[in-house]
Write a protein that binds this ligand. Structure first.
Ligand SMILES: CSC[C@H]1O[C@H](OP(=O)(O)O)[C@H](O)[C@@H]1O
Length: 361
């Protein structure tokens, strides 16, 4: 997407270096950093310099590629899979990308691995961009259908950041929004702040403003109230792992939005790129590992002080203990539809298998 009319991706190669936007400082500072060795890739994923399921996968793919240039041995490949896989447990794209890199590289002689790894990592990024563009095309029809039945803008609520900053480009939940803007359809986006790390307030609001999308930031607890008062026409969220049965794991708080949407007859759609489907899992609640992050993310909040410095402040008493589950699981029964790169399908195993027969499940 464009920032001040300059096109960017969230991760790219420039002057032989893998570069990322260090999202920890957005929106107040725009910092680009280079990742030069495996440990830096692991840190960038674990500490959320980059975040978002597809971007985590793309970053891990480049981490493998950089390591193969340093040491293409079997032991190095195996160790790199383990080191990067251990960074964050929930987004399936991480395992998908690491498995994909191992599938391509393991059969090759070590001398051929560096070039092959860089090619596959670059292709994973390009594929992500195209998948998300197609999700936008499919999701546009959902928005267009709602626009045809009402006056005024289509009011869309989204949770967390499933934008171009969570992917290589376009985003997943935001791609239909960007496509609707391009199609001349009026939209207004309610951006959930998304405690505790505020990906909505810090990242989605920045994306919406940068792209000129009408939006308002709301506290997480306001979504149900707006739905009760008919102010939300559609909910679109992203996902970090969707099961073969259509259960959707996403940022903490998504489940509560789905409950409110169901209670108020608001369509609840999930933008789902196929690498985010975990075909090996059916019962999301029972089987998807939920990342528990530091309680400091709950007791402290980051922002800009009066002099423009990015600082962290403590919002709770000294020593307050905190729990910080980073994701929750929305049962398929609460999902109106899955917006995939091949079109919209029901959140149920038959429809998903029909959409992706190659999954072979
Ligand atoms: C397009 S997937 C984005 C997905 O990832 C986010 O989690 P995190 O910021 O912790 O990586 C959130 O669940 C988004 O919906």
């Amino acid at each position: 997407m464009k920032i001040n009319d300059i096109p960017y991706r969230s991760i790219w190669v420039e002057e032989g270096e893998v570069r990322i936007i260090d999202q920890r400082w957005l929106p107040h500072e725009f910092r680009i950093v280079s990742l030069a060795e495996r440990g830096e890739f692991a840190t960038a994923i674990r500490d959320m310099w980059v975040r978002g399921a597809p971007l985590i996968g793309a970053t891990a793919a480049w981490g493998v590629a950089v390591q193969m240039a340093a040491d293409p041995s079997d032991a190095s490949l195996a160790e790199t899979w383990e080191v990067l896989h251990a960074t964050r447990p929930t987004a399936i794209n991480l395992r998908w990308a690491l498995d994909e890199m191992r599938r391509v590289l393991a059969p090759l002689p070590p001398a051929e691995r560096a070039a092959a790894a860089a090619a596959r990592a670059a292709a994973i990024c390009d594929e992500d961009v195209e998948i998300n563009r197609r999700i936008g095309v499919a999701g546009l029809e959902v928005i267009r259908g709602i626009a045809a039945r009402k006056a005024g803008p289509v009011n869309i609520l989204t949770h967390c950041n499933a934008g171009w900053l969570a992917t290589v480009d376009w985003g997943t939940a935001t791609s239909p929004i960007y496509h609707a803007i391009e199609a001349g359809i009026g939209v207004h986006v309610f951006v959930d702040e998304t405690r505790p790390r505020n990906q909505g307030a810090l990242l989605t609001a920045w994306e919406m403003a940068s792209h000129g999308v009408s939006h308002e930031l709301i506290v997480d607890n306001a979504g149900g109230h707006l739905m009760q008062h008919g102010e939300v026409d559609l909910v679109i969220v992203g996902t970090d792992r969707t099961t073969a049965n259509g259960d959707v794991c996403n940022k903490i708080g998504t489940y509560l939005k789905a409950l409110a949407a169901k209670a108020n007859g608001v369509p609840f759609y999930v933008a789902l790129p196929s690498p985010t489907i975990d075909w090996t899992v059916r019962d999301g609640l029972a089987e998807i590992p939920i990342e528990e992050r530091s309680g400091a993310e709950v007791t402290h909040v980051q922002g800009k002080d009066g002099s423009g410095r990015v600082i962290s402040v403590q919002i709770s008493p000294d020593g307050t203990p905190a729990r910080n589950p980073a994701f929750d699981v929305t049962p398929a029964s609460l999902v109106t539809g899955l917006i995939t790169e091949r079109g919209v399908c029901a959140a149920e195993p038959g429809a998903m298998r029909a959409m992706f027969p190659e999954a072979g499940v």
